[in-house]
Design a protein around this ligand. Structure first.
Ligand SMILES: C[S@@+](CC[C@H](N)C(=O)[O-])C[C@H]1O[C@@H](n2cnc3c(N)ncnc32)[C@H](O)[C@@H]1O
Length: 208
């Protein structure tokens, strides 16, 4: 995964610029009183560019597997309160009641529902009461698409002999119903869903 993003670093931000509108919508969803924020899979921080445009005082911890992406983020925002962590967010201790918001943009669509459930539990515990989990991600349009993509991913794994615990770079988004069901299962209340037909679906989930 880290190698994939290192190879694409030179044109990464240009490639992702098609999501321009979604990044702005995403930043606009953040509550105005947010002070401490954790970003899962922050990359070079395209979502953070917009968030800091709104409020440069926000303190951010960004986790990503790819050191080169994090270095680019640091170089862009050397004037901000920013800590970068080069780790796997499934393994990393997200802390307890530490954050006003945990965010993730276009990073979780490679993972299975059971992996997400474990992560979302950690996200829930890491948030202050009243904190929000803001997810911007690809969403499968229907059960058939979700199942089809999962099957293709499984076949790729089998064909290439990739072990279960190893990562396969293939998109396996969930439907909105399945994604929000996991969030609700771990305790979140779904406050709002914004569906941008040309971009990411944004889910605002609150810890109450
Ligand atoms: C498509 S990029 C999105 C980056 C950024 N959020 C943006 O929208 O520009 C996905 C990022 O998630 C990171 N990532 C994927 N799985 C991860 C994991 N398990 N732990 C930490 N980072 C991860 C990748 O390294 C990559 O930088």
């Amino acid at each position: 995964m880290a190698d994939f993003f290192t190879k694409r670093l030179h044109d990464y931000e240009e490639h992702m610029s098609i999501w321009e509108k979604s990044y702005q919508m995403f930043a606009d969803c953040l509550p105005s009183d947010c002070r401490k924020l954790l970003d899962l899979g922050c990359g070079t921080g395209l979502e953070l560019d917009r968030i800091w445009q709104r409020d440069p005082r926000i303190e951010v911890t960004g986790i990503d597997l790819c050191r080169d992406m994090l270095d680019k983020l640091q170089a862009k925002h050397s004037d901000k309160k920013l800590v970068t962590v080069c780790e796997d967010y499934f393994q990393y201790d997200l802390g307890h009641e530490m954050w006003d918001a945990v965010i993730s943009f276009e990073s979780l669509y490679h993972f299975l529902p059971e992996q997400k459930e474990t992560l979302y539990q950690k996200v829930y515990h890491s948030l202050e009461d009243g904190g929000i989990f803001l997810l911007g991600d690809y969403i499968a349009c229907c059960d058939d698409e979700e199942e089809l993509l999962r099957n293709v991913c499984l076949k790729k794994r089998q064909k290439q002999g990739i072990a279960e615990e190893c990562f396969v770079h293939f998109d396996i988004p969930l439907t909105l119903e399945h994604e929000t069901r996991i969030m609700e299962k771990v305790g979140f209340h779904i406050e709002k869903v914004l569906e941008d037909p040309d971009g990411a679906t944004i889910i605002i989930a609150k810890k109450e």
